[in-house]
Design a protein around this ligand. Sequence first.
Ligand SMILES: [Zn+2]
Length: 98
Amino acid sequence: MFKKQGNLSYPIYNLQSTISNLSVISKLDEKGVFEFLGKEETHQFLKEIVNLAQRIYDCNSGEILEGYTSRFQICYICLERSENLYNGLCAKCAGELE
Ligand SMILES: [Zn+2]
């Protein structure tokens, strides 16, 4: 659970849980942000959140979007919109995993 870096040990999982388990998405949802933004802007916003979390905090998109893929019709691998998701994946990404 701890990643050693030089002489310093720190709980790397805390960085990952900051974004995913804190559930920034659910907090924004409670405030009605996604209704305000609408479908297209919500999609772009979610892509930005996921890309930022992956780049800076090494989070994975599946964790961040867990529980929200169907609602926002977003594939957690390619982050594209799809009305037909299979366990959070669009047909193309689900097909590539088989
Ligand atoms: Zn996909």
